[in-house]
Design a protein around this ligand. Structure first.
Ligand SMILES: [Zn+2]
Length: 206
């Protein structure tokens, strides 16, 4: 009886826990979607809806990705738009340029910065034919882009052989346990550049 009671209690707790987690998951998903919708809407258009212009820009990114794939390049394209005008239209050029960082989003950021003469893409919107990978995600945040629209998802990319899930997973792995080991060394000496930066009154903060 005691075992039965304990089991029932445990099952009850397990059920409550699962229900609680499920509710939390649903609530957090709704919050994230609401934040994304509000964030893009505020910065992109008053309506906050995907417009025909957005579809045109995304079509450009997708067509560029298709062209790249037809010519043996990576099947990804990106467009960066500022004030309704295209400032960069690029495709993945990893194999063409022997550059593993030349993803469409990164090359678009480089091109937009070159065209606009700035390292800060605030006020710009990125249209990518596919959900950006973790490297491009970082570049997007460093570039201060306002909003990102993407066509395919990371799951679509994985089906085509571009699985970046392991990189997302690596971020939360302790550095010493990562597939590529990160080994800290000479920390005291490496503080010198930071001291120079802090005391340099003519530095450009970014
Ligand atoms: Zn990428």
């Amino acid at each position: 009886m005691s075992v039965s009671f304990t089991l029932r209690t445990r099952l009850c707790w397990d059920g409550a826990f699962r229900m609680g987690m499920k509710s939390l998951s649903i609530i957090s998903t709704i919050l994230v979607l609401a934040c994304i919708a509000v964030g893009c809407g505020d910065k992109k258009s008053s309506a906050g809806e995907i417009t025909d212009m957005d579809r045109d820009f995304m079509a450009m990114a997708i067509n560029t990705a298709s062209q790249s794939a037809m010519n043996g390049g990576g099947p990804f394209g990106a467009v960066i738009v500022k004030d309704g005008k295209v400032v960069a239209l690029t495709s993945n050029s990893v194999t063409r340029d022997n550059d593993p960082t030349a993803h469409a989003e990164v090359t678009a950021i480089r091109e937009a910065c070159r065209v606009l003469g700035t390292y800060d893409l605030s006020g710009c919107i990125l249209y990518s034919s596919c959900e950006p990978c973790p490297m491009c995600l970082g570049a997007i945040y460093w570039a201060h882009l306002d909003c990102v629209f993407h066509g395919g998802t990371r799951k679509d990319a994985a089906k085509a052989g571009f699985d970046d899930a392991f990189i997302y997973d690596e971020i939360s792995v302790p550095t010493e346990n990562r597939t590529v080991p990160f080994i800290p060394m000479m920390r005291n000496e490496s503080m010198a550049p930071f001291r120079i930066w802090s005391s340099n009154d003519s530095k450009k903060e970014y």
